[in-house]
Design a protein around this ligand. Structure first.
Ligand code: ZN
Length: 241
């Protein structure tokens, strides 16, 4: 069955900021969605200005993996939307959190931490090292790849220790960062992927597109059977004195 992806973005800076529109004239969502369509996935886009902020029950029920890009409008996301998305993740929907989504309500909710980090907007060179070669998300990547201009994110990154750490970044300024982090929450698989600052053409990069598509394939598989809450009779006969 084809994996159904919903690409959610807040659609703010790519509508109003000339510097961002110059890089993403069709919107950040289109660039992410086009990369996933190239990989043969079934993709729809959704955004904050749609009914139910683009993430009503019907949309979520028809979504195997949700990708999330937000930056300046995290606070505008309704808590009811965060509740719905969290429930779907715990029920098995995959979630790919991109770049400044580290401060989104949904990522903080699922991590239980602040998501805080250091940053610097200086268009630095970023080298991303593929450190977990056996992981599905590393398929088709070399030992490392370079983004010539990106925002710097630096450690410490306030997240729980990842269940699998796939990618680590190095920046010209000297910092390093855990750029590709896998988590399991309930039956859901979550991947945080660092690059994607709005004034750099990162979502047109072939390696970045490959990572996101690989992550969608990985996250599309729910982890294990649902848990049923029930009063449980003993499986073994009780001991007799
Ligand atoms: Zn940024």
């Amino acid at each position: 069955m084809t994996t159904r992806v919903t690409v959610w973005t807040e659609r703010r800076q790519d509508q109003t900021d000339a510097a961002v529109r110059a890089v993403y004239p069709e919107g950040i969502d289109s660039a992410i969605a086009d990369g996933l369509r190239e990989a043969g996935l079934e993709v729809r886009t959704a955004n904050l200005d749609e009914p139910e902020q683009g993430l009503g029950d019907e949309v979520l029920a028809a979504t195997d993996v949700l990708t999330w890009w937000g930056h300046v409008a995290h606070a505008d996301v309704d808590d009811a939307v965060v509740d719905r998305v969290q429930k779907r993740v715990l029920d098995g929907m995959g979630l790919i959190v991109l770049h400044s989504g580290h401060h989104s309500k949904i990522f903080r909710r699922l991590m239980g931490t602040s998501g805080d980090l250091k940053w610097r907007e200086a268009g630095e060179r970023e080298r991303i090292w593929v450190i977990d070669r056996a992981h599905r998300i590393s398929a088709g990547l070399g030992d490392s790849f370079v983004l010539e201009h990106e925002e710097m994110y630096g450690e410490p990154f306030d997240v729980p220790a990842p269940d699998r750490l796939v990618l680590v970044s190095w920046f010209t300024g000297g910092e390093v960062f855990r750029s590709g982090c896998c988590y399991l929450r309930g039956r859901g698989r979550i991947f945080y992927f660092r690059p994607g600052h709005e004034t750099h053409p990162t979502y047109f990069d072939a390696n970045v597109r490959r990572v996101i598509a690989n992550a969608v394939h990985w996250a599309a598989e729910p982890a294990g059977a649902p848990i049923f809450v029930a009063n449980q009779p003993a499986l073994e006969p009780p001991a007799r004195d």
